[in-house]
Design a protein around this ligand. Structure first.
Ligand code: ME8
Length: 509
């Protein structure tokens, strides 16, 4: 394999309980990883946990344990959830690992040697939950954090600074050269105007707490949690440790993140990389924000959605599917149980599920469970074949640029084309009249379902396999060779087909 693809999720704060937002980004990355694998790419898919910083230190203090112990206890919540959601990550990085510490200290030292990091002192308004300083002008009502709206506190500390102010021009040039560096476009514009507004040097060390990676040349300081966290994208893929691995996959193809952490990724991260002479990533894709039944998700409102609960009620693949069918990836969305119900019963049970059962039953009845290759064509056969080919092409183009919503629309256009095809061609009539076209119509239905299942595989890895099983394809769906199998498939090794139990049973509200 000589095509490579590297995709990442943010590393999630260990003190939080994983919720629908974390699941969203991770599933999004999994969808791309699976899509690229079936397109014959060698994929490295990295996720992990962000385990340092004052928030974790405070949470551990409250429980009377060492922060390391807190991290060890809670990291499993994430690992277990990723198993439940069928996430196919190839790497998992914890910022408390030794391999990560080495990388963070190395790039900090290198930036220092290059003259991009200097020692100074800092006095400003600090928000502990966001681990960020703000100027008085940025505060809401003179005291509150502009991001999370909680009260800030005035802090003065000696600090190392990164000369971000030196990077305005280089970042603007980067955006000019790589005009798809930040996706979607609205986020690109946001970052460009932020940079044009002027960049202040960035404090990249702390002395007010100790739970972090020590600055190697002055151990009174720990490295700022964002400088530490961003380095995961290189420490998790063998930087300083495994040159082959690192050189194969870096620069990263896509960092997937929520829009909340765009500035860190699109401004700070490329500046750190440029400073130490490492190429910048190819794309940063910032998606939108989920609210819950119209409200911001928050612990205090008690409306945090636990993905484990949703999955128990609606199924893993149904949840994965819903998140990307409901809202264009990139825009904000609102989560409600009614909306999931509507999608599962409408798109899955009625459209896709019915198509599979009707077709399998007809193949059982009219062809003794066998599928044969088409001989005689007529009616709308050629139109349907062409339509599936063109929708598959459009699906591929949209998948490439994370337009999952459109990609799913194309799949459902295929299923609705096939449902209409059944109605117009009425295979039961052709069978009654002994018309050989029955073989063609049933082949086209079978092949269309086979292709639609393949296209939905990255979103629904298990259900797509059930669909293949129902239509007799004897092969693990994850072994698809997409380019070879996207149009035609030999029918000589197909298991007997007949009536099947519903693949997407209707769910009662
Ligand atoms: O920010 N809707 O970690 P974090 C959609 N450790 N996505 C959401 C969401 C919501 N309501 N809430 C959270 C951090 N997310 C840092 C990252 S990376 C070097 C360090 C998702 O645990 C979204 O991907 O707060 C967001 O960017 C991420 O969770 C933040 O996770």
């Amino acid at each position: 394999m000589n095509k490579h693809y590297y995709i990442t999720t943010p590393i999630y704060y260990i003190n939080d309980v994983p919720h629908i937002g974390h699941a969203y980004t991770t599933i999004a990355a999994d969808i791309m990883a699976r899509f690229k694998r079936i397109c014959e790419y060698d994929v490295f898919f990295l996720t992990g946990t962000d385990e340092h910083g004052q928030k974790v230190e405070k949470a551990a203090q409250m429980q009377g344990i060492h922060p390391r112990e807190l991290a060890d206890r809670t990291v499993h919540r994430f690992i277990d959830l990723w198993n439940t959601l069928n996430i196919s990550n190839t790497g998992f990085i914890r910022t408390t690992e030794e391999r990560h510490r080495k990388v963070v200290q190395h790039i900090f030292e290198k930036a220092f040697e290059r003259g991009d990091i200097y020692l100074g002192s800092y006095e400003d308004w600090y928000c502990v939950p966001c681990e960020s300083y703000f100027t008085e002008l940025q505060l809401k009502n003179g005291v509150h954090c502009p991001d999370c709206h909680r009260p800030t506190e005035k802090l003065k500390e000696e600090s190392y600074f990164f000369k971000l102010s030196n990077y305005e021009d280089r970042l603007l040039k980067l955006l000019e050269r790589q005009n798809d560096f930040i996706l979607p476009e609205i986020r690109f514009n946001e970052v460009a105007s932020f940079i044009k507004g002027g960049l202040r040097d960035l404090s990249v060390s702390r002395t007010s707490f100790t739970w972090g990676i020590p600055v190697s040349m002055n151990t009174n300081h720990v490295v700022y949690v964002w400088f530490d966290a961003l380095a995961n994208y290189i420490s998790g893929i063998g930087f300083l440790e495994d040159d082959d691995l690192f050189n194969t996959f870096w620069p990263c193809d896509a960092h997937l993140i929520g829009k909340d952490i765009l500035r860190f990724h699109a401004v700070y991260w490329p500046s750190f990389l440029i400073s130490v002479g490492i190429p910048v990533p190819k794309h940063i894709f910032a998606h939108g924000w989920w609210t819950i039944e119209g409200q911001k998700m928050s612990k205090s409102l008690g409306n945090v959605i636990d993905p484990n609960e949703i999955v128990e009620q609606y199924g893993v693949d149904e949840f994965r599917f819903f998140l990307f069918r409901e809202v264009p990836f990139g825009l904000d969305g609102d989560f409600s149980k009614n909306a999931i119900l509507h999608r599962v019963n409408g798109d899955l049970a009625n459209d896709f599920g019915n198509l599979v059962s009707r077709s399998a039953t007809m193949i059982g009845k009219f062809q003794k469970g066998k599928i044969g290759e088409p001989e005689k064509k007529g009616g709308t056969d050629e139109y349907v074949e062409a339509q599936i080919r063109s929708l598959t092409d459009r699906y591929c183009k949209d998948m490439e640029v994370f337009s999952y919503y459109k990609a799913l629309q194309h799949i459902f256009e295929i299923t609705s084309t096939l449902n209409k095809y059944i109605d117009t061609e009425a295979p039961w009539k052709l069978a009654k009249e002994n018309d050989p076209r029955v073989k063609t119509v049933l082949y086209n239905l079978w092949n269309g379902i086979r292709i639609a299942a393949m296209l939905i595989y990255p979103f629904m890895p298990k259900k797509s396999q059930s669909i293949w099983n129902a239509i007799g394809v004897r092969k693990p769906i994850e072994n698809i060779h997409f380019d070879e199998e996207r149009v035609f498939y030999h029918t000589d090794n197909i298991a007997e087909i007949g009536k099947v139990a519903p693949i997407f049973p209707r769910i009662e509200g």
